[in-house]
Design a binder for this molecule. Structure first.
Ligand code: GLN
Length: 716
């Protein structure tokens, strides 16, 4: 008899009843939370009642779909299953699912990546399925290495667990390489020939400091890769998809790895569905399920959880989907782009705890692709609707703000009467949008919406000249939306009729700074930052000469640290470029001791408060006499270090700062300051008078700035 477990079960059952019957709320977490409080070993105790085995599913994208499909496949094979189907994926969600079931044949559990380390030692699953690792909620996890470490730790706590992993993902392969567990890979065995997105996670080797060579790249960092320097490589996967075919609303492929081969058809579109279906088939095979069970599950799959859920409201075709990080978002945009008819789309973005408070990642999404879609009306909603609107503005899309799903559908129906309507929502925005769609039967009539034309530039400030923006190492120094600063600079210059060319200098390429008007260095995870800084050291003299010649340089976070004398990576002191008088160290606790959160500054470069988001382990100290970029207002953020209440540096025409956001999106005065300095310098060289910038309509940017100031209680 296990008294603690029995008490925990009893209290859990009572709280489930109360939540459902008294408060009318689903009970996906709370009973487990209470249960674990009473019996911390509850997951282990209850898991021992599962008869045949269990599977834990982790990964940034696709967890809920894969978990549900696998659970359905077990049921189709006549097995009873315990599963946290709604995506409550912390230990409390797993415990709650277990408390609701008494001794199932199999357990299938979705787990949050960081919580796997808490769940695995007790659950001791037979299999962990690792789907992929993309940038997601960096304000919660810091940098992606931390997730890899945590998953490896989880696997070490359960040596008999087999890891089924996506071999196409170098970040997953690196986890498989470092654990002692048995590992089995799955992957796609051919080039899918997909258009590439601008920002992807690390194309850097996971073991040494070289860039990976790709034989082909599907999306994000997924593909067939190997390191030319140390030999790190995609291990030949055991389960391989071949002959992948995409149609507007289906995905099909043949799977090798079980005998005889399996032919797979999924009635859902999107390249990531190929990976999801492959993972389900591979996991099913390992668990001894026949392919027919998976086929039955896929055929009957009708997600009622807002993942690719379609609605038919008053004869209108409506598709709702979750997208919560750049890679998932870009895949969603592809689905909209494939729609050949008229269409409207609304993006609902929240920034609650489960979403991540930092929405800089919106700038890593290729929204500009939507600008090319004819007749597409675009809307922005959710808590961060203003940020979304600004982001879309700089992608050349004039988006209206919407209150909610109902408001969107009313406007969309008026603007695009015969269209398909898409609603894309991030994590906490999704349930509300879904709730509205579930409820909605009749749409109110709406007034047609007139789109504003983007501002046209009129001035020809420097005829025949173009402003050259050099983005150094965009594939290494481009953490969470920093590249958006380049977009903002270029777009604000173009709107004034100034010709702009953006030069991306990739690692290994040479930069010609003679022609540069603005140089940009973004932030980077430690590993990428090290590689970028080593290359920059080789051209330190050029960069120093450029700065001394009053060249404009914007450097964010990791890029800012590199400009100083030295910076610290773990315990290792790295040489900096020594261009400005700063030094960066780390606090006790190394890379896990981070300064993370919203930050508001008062800066000599702007009248309005400067808003942004910081996320860094480094602590920077300015030499005496160095000027900071701004002073922290109130208690909103840290900036350079834990004590000074100042952020960044100003040196000649250099702005260094810890602010992501990206910095310039909601702080147009700083953007214009940099453009103005660049124009002044260019004009002086040409012997012409310095032109002044005509004002732009910054209402969207200032509204986004004011919304954040208002939330933080700062007077703008
Ligand atoms: N890796 C560096 C740090 O943690 C820089 C991070 C960043 O650019 N966001 O301090």
């Amino acid at each position: 008899m296990n008294i603690k477990r029995d008490i925990a079960q009893g209290v859990g059952a009572a709280s489930t009843w109360a939540l459902q019957h008294v408060f009318g709320r689903p009970a996906a977490n709370f009973p487990g939370k209470v249960g674990l409080y009473i019996d911390p070993q509850l997951i282990g105790d209850l898991a021992s009642c599962i008869h045949e085995g269990s599977v834990a599913v982790v990964g940034t994208n696709g967890k809920t779909t894969v978990t549900n499909l696998l659970a359905d496949a077990f049921e189709a094979a006549g097995k009873s299953v315990v599963c946290n189907r709604t995506g409550a994926n912390l230990d409390s969600g797993v415990a709650t699912a277990l408390m609701h079931t008494h001794g199932a044949d199999w357990g299938v559990f979705e787990s949050d990546e960081l919580w796997l380390a808490k769940i695995t030692p007790q659950l001791k699953p037979d299999y962990v399925v690792l789907l992929n690792l993309f940038r997601d909620q960096l304000d919660r996890v810091g940098e992606i290495d931390h997730i890899q470490e945590s998953i490896a730790l989880a696997l070490a706590s359960s040596p008999q667990t087999t890891l089924l992993y996506n071999a196409d993902d170098p970040l997953c392969q690196a986890v498989a390489d470092r654990v002692d567990n048995q590992v089995v890979g799955f992957g796609i065995g051919e080039d899918l020939d997909l258009a590439q997105n601008t920002v992807a996670d690390s194309g850097m080797c996971q073991h040494c400091d070289a860039m990976l060579d790709y034989q082909w790249r599907q999306y994000g960092q997924l593909g067939a890769y190997h390191c030319p320097s140390c030999g790190f490589t995609r291990a030949e996967p055991a389960f391989v998809a071949h002959n992948v075919r995409f149609a507007a609303d289906s995905t099909a492929f043949d799977m090798a790895g079980r005998e005889p081969g399996v032919s797979v058809m999924v009635p859902l579109a999107g390249a990531y569905m190929a990976y999801n279906a492959l993972a389900v088939h591979a996991a099913a095979c390992l668990c001894g399920l026949a392919p027919s069970a998976v086929e039955a599950a896929i055929e009957a799959f009708d997600p009622h959880n807002g993942r690719l859920q379609s609605y038919d409201i008053d004869g209108f075709r409506i598709l709702l989907n979750l997208a919560k990080n750049p890679t998932g978002f870009n895949q969603n945009l592809r689905i909209i782009e494939q729609d050949k008819g008229p269409a409207a789309v609304a993006f609902f973005i929240n920034d609650k705890e489960a979403d991540g408070h930092d929405v800089s990642w919106l700038w890593d999404i290729d929204f500009q692709e939507l600008a090319a879609v004819d007749g597409l009306a675009v809307y922005a909603g959710g808590i961060r609707s203003h940020d979304m609107q600004v982001r879309l503005k700089y992608a050349g899309i004039d988006a209206q703000l919407v209150e909610d799903a109902e408001d969107f559908l009313a406007r969309a129906r008026a603007a695009v009467p015969d269209g398909s309507y898409y609603l894309i929502a991030n994590y906490t925005a999704l349930p509300e949008v879904k709730g509205e769609l579930d409820r909605m039967e009749h749409l109110p009539a709406a007034q047609p919406v007139t789109l504003q034309r983007p501002l046209q530039g009129e001035s020809e400030l420097l005829e025949g000249e173009s402003l050259v923006i050099v983005h150094m190492y965009p594939e290494l120094l481009n953490l969470y939306g920093d590249g958006g600063n380049v977009t903002v600079l270029a777009e604000r210059a173009r709107r004034r009729g100034i010709d702009v060319s953006v030069v991306r200098v990739e690692h290994g390429q040479d930069a010609n700074l003679d022609e540069a008007d603005i140089v940009f260095l973004g932030g980077g995870p430690d590993r990428e930052q090290r590689l970028a800084s080593q290359s920059l050291l080789d051209r330190a003299d050029d960069l120093r000469a450029y700065v001394e010649d009053d060249g404009v340089l914007l450097a964010i976070c990791g890029g800012y640290q590199i400009l100083g004398r030295e910076w610290l990576l773990g315990d290792e002191v790295m040489d900096g470029l020594g261009i400005i008088g700063i030094t960066t160290g780390r606090a006790q606790g190394g890379s896990h001791n981070r300064l993370v959160g919203n930050i508001v500054l008062q800066s000599p470069l702007a009248q309005a408060p400067i808003v942004g988001y910081e996320n860094h382990a480094g602590r920077t100290f300015l030499d005496a006499g160095c000027k900071s970029f701004g002073w922290v207002i109130g208690h909103h953020g840290h900036g350079n270090n834990d004590a000074d209440r100042a952020d960044g540096v100003l040196h000649r025409n250099v702005v260094g700062t810890y602010l992501h956001g990206p910095l310039l999106a909601k702080n147009p005065e700083v953007a214009d300051h940099l453009i103005q300095c660049a124009l002044n310098r260019r004009a002086a060289k040409l012997g012409k008078p310095a032109p002044s910038l005509p004002p732009l309509d910054d209402s969207a940017e200032l509204a986004a700035n004011a919304a954040m100031c208002h939330r933080l209680g700062v007077h703008s």
